[in-house]
Design a protein around this ligand. Sequence first.
Ligand code: TXD
Length: 317
Amino acid sequence: MARKKIALIGAGNIGGTLAHLIGLKELGDVVMFDVFGGVAAGKALDIMQSSPVDGFDCKLSGGSDYAAIAGADVIIVTAGFPRMPGMSRDDLLTKNAGVMGQVAEGIKQYAPDAFVICITNPLDVMVWALQQKSGLPANKVVGMAGVLDSARFRTFLAEEFNVSVEDVTAFVLGGHGDTMVPLTRYSTVAGIPVPDLIKMGWTTQEKIDAIVARTANGGGEIVKLLEKGSAFYAPAASAVAMAESYLKDKKRVLPCAVMLNGEYGMNDFYVGVPVVIGEKGVERIVEVEFTPEEKAAFDKSCDAVKKLVEDFKKLGV
Ligand code: TXD
């Protein structure tokens, strides 16, 4: 059986980490694409030279020709510009909209059957633009944010309870960032919901509220520490988990940004909800019942995403 092929569009911090993780996990051969072809080629060569030491078989290559992504099984998109001082959100939207247009063209032409994972910010609108412009079916184009947001939540909860991260599950919905909606009653330690743990005296509501706020600001906390650039290890690991579920038909239940078509009473835009990822891409959208407070928070998050999509449409790019 031929090895799987994974194309990475964008060979920056996340792109490089993705390539390394994919190699270490032997998920397939890697093609890196970047407007700076030398950076893509250099990172690919460097990682390939680590393979004899770590003992993995994986061919990696890099460049700036879209033809190289031909026939890719999975494509992970990190291409784009970060927000710089003095830049408005519209500036970022316009610039990255242009980037998504090019990426969508490349995918449409060379790898229309791929499962596409978008990471570029502002995530919920960029993944929507990528799907619209590429014309790929919506079940094959997803955005990565929820896996990362819930990993951050799990990390902080495990620290608070002094238990293994493996035994902590978290449930996060909504748009990426400030308006993210963590559902604490579906977040557990070995199946025990967080509200029960509060009753059991393991923690307090105040501490959980602080953890929720820290999670929502998780990206900002790292940007502040790094001073240049944003998080890349955990974002890359999160996207790899999504790719692996598709490639191995694991049918994991993961929070991803997906196109809603009536689910949760929403239509025609991307937002984070739990989904099953298997060989067909998004195989099922999990719809849970909300309490009135949760519904209000989810609606608010959806409104923020919808506003960004409207702003994007007004740009006319
Ligand atoms: O949860 C999430 N979704 C995120 C999103 C978590 C963390 C970071 N998130 C976003 O991912 C971040 O705001 C950025 O929009 C992307 C990529 O982050 P990364 O840290 O990898 O950014 P870099 O290092 O700046 O890399 C971007 C690369 C860089 O090498 C550029 O040369 C390249 O993108 N680039 C392009 N490649 C191909 N085609 C075009 N047009 C292009 N333009 C820039």
